[in-house]
Design a protein around this ligand. Sequence first.
Ligand SMILES: Cc1cc2nc3c(=O)[nH]c(=O)nc-3n(C[C@H](O)[C@H](O)[C@H](O)COP(=O)(O)OP(=O)(O)OC[C@H]3O[C@@H](n4cnc5c(N)ncnc54)[C@H](O)[C@@H]3O)c2cc1C
Length: 672
Amino acid sequence: METKQIANKKVTFYHYNTVIVGSGAAGMNCAVHLYEFMQRKGIENPQDRIVVVTAGLGLGASRMSGSDKQTYYKMGTSPDVADSAEEFAKSLTAAGCCHGDTALVEAIGSLREFYHLVQAGVAFPTDTSGTFIGYKTDHDPYERATSAGPKTSKFMSESLQKQLERYGVKTIDNQEAAHLLTTGSGDNRRIVGVVTVDKKSCAINVYLAENIVLAAGGPGELYKTTVYPKDQLGIHGLAFKAGLIGANLTESQFGLASIKFRWNVSGTYMQAVPRIFSTDADGKDEKEFLTGFFPSMSKMATNIFLKGYQWPFDPQRIENLQSSLIDVLVFNETQKGRRVYMDFLHNPVGNQAMDEFNIDDLEPEAKEYLQKAGALQKTPIERLAHMNTPAIEIYTENGIDLYSEPLEIAVCAQHNNGGFAVDKWWQSNIRHTFVIGEMAGTHGVKRPGGSALNAGQTGGLRVADYIVNAYGCELPDYSDKKADIEKQLSQLIDRLNSYKSSSGLVAEDVLEEVRSRMTASGGHIREPIDAQKAIRQAVELYKNIQQKGFNAKDNSALITAIQAEHMALTSIAYLKAVVELLKQGSGSRGSHLVLAQDGIEIHPDVIDKAKNKPLKFKPENQSLRNSVLQVEYDESSPDLFKCQTIPLRPAPTDRKAFEPAWKDYREGKIYS
Ligand SMILES: Cc1cc2nc3c(=O)[nH]c(=O)nc-3n(C[C@H](O)[C@H](O)[C@H](O)COP(=O)(O)OP(=O)(O)OC[C@H]3O[C@@H](n4cnc5c(N)ncnc54)[C@H](O)[C@@H]3O)c2cc1C
């Protein structure tokens, strides 16, 4: 550690082999593996070579998010259903835009990482023979999903944190990432350090490292209607500025979630088949708004049930009265200024043309599931209590009593399948910089529920393996880059100092504008002309920030200003991808609808609010499934970003015999 005065401000420098930004399940796991690989290699004091820096140990999706039973998707462990890595990879790539090589690596690494978590202490349930019990998620015949309860990812990151503490690896908390220090250009470009501002003291810290691992999660605060936890921002804007390339940014997941306490209402919350109703803005005028759209109670109640494991909003499940019609109808209702609730005290209520709710009348898939689960009680709350008491307790812990009050819900942004482009070692387009967890864009248009957590773990394993065995464990020597580094720090400090001007923008207002625009124009409903207008406004806002700066009077406002600036840039990148994909004639896919005058009408009463006409959507253009849309920061472009479309990388099919493969391994050729 050393300190220096730069632009009249004390700056503290630290030197590590690897700095990891973010302390979620992905970042913590990578740090654990780095220590273990270094130790295995005989490196002295690995704990002094690795550091995790984070805006909040208790923040992020891993610590704060979940659902009825948060899912971890891994290769099947059923004693009687065979699974293979190739089959697993096929499930990951099935809906397109997903590289075969990373999918196969996620499959191959899956069980190794699952057992790594078990060893770290995550209590995944077993039966009397020790089988890790699985269940099915979407399109999954192998029962690959498992869960440690509503808070699986919290338990993962906590267990890994304890492991790191046992190893003596430091996690530096309350560090808001403010800048990524870069040197060189073209193939010689490197990110050499992370600059953070301490959220309490506003001290400036610089973590110089040979290797940088970005694990700061998804851009949750990009959206107004979101189930990401509060204060989960990510560092996408900083990474774009440093030269990292984004991939599949258009592919976010949206779905039904409670909004007073942000939590997914998937799985048993829906399988308990609650009543869903709406009120006016003041909570009055209750209405059974779903009834007009379904021909019978059986159809309506079965679709509510199916939302449980067909959770993400899916445009391919709207027509012919499928389960995603429920998301559309909930959104339609909220667009009218009404509020939508799940009521666990009552069964679904029909209209005059419908029979009363009766479990025996549900379609076979729903009826048999509930029969098998023994969930035939009279009311939804009793069925939920029977199937999953922790799902009720999580709301009690957060001040909501499902036994006495309805749960307000909306269609929320939940996960970004896209992120930053990585190779099969999770290395970004900049050498020595790696991206893992939700920040890495390894998923395609759709992903099986639970595969995000698997991808975060396998990515971290790969990075640690590569760093230790291909790049080595030395500390960096950037003495020849001192002038470059200090120049960037001095510019950053001057900029932060200028954020105290009274004519500057208010950071909270900027964030609010960004979120509203993203939910309206880059969320689960998209339209070409609207998206183009949105990107023009987003660029204008960013340029305004560059000109006027912020009016940040105290430490907390300064942190918000740093966040607002990079979120404003992030929103341009996401909108650029949306506009470009629409230009390519993409249509509705993944978890978003593309509106079109000549598209498919859902129902005369489902209205496009902007046009006050029945909402019509364009079906998916499947020819785009074989490519990935990439987005790169480019100061000279009018939109500040440029796009390119790349073909998919296939999964490797070469299989070597043991001896030559062993030789490659011994000689380190597997890293080349
Ligand atoms: C409601 C909900 C339910 C979900 N359910 C499932 C599920 O069932 N199965 C599944 O596989 N996935 C699920 N996901 C997705 C999954 O939880 C996340 O993708 C995953 O936890 C992300 O882990 P991560 O380590 O990449 O990032 P996170 O856990 O989000 O951690 C990000 C870290 O980066 C830090 N950080 C963020 N911004 C900054 C900054 N500016 N400066 C410094 N540090 C920063 C944060 O403090 C945090 O430590 C769900 C997500 C949500 C929101």
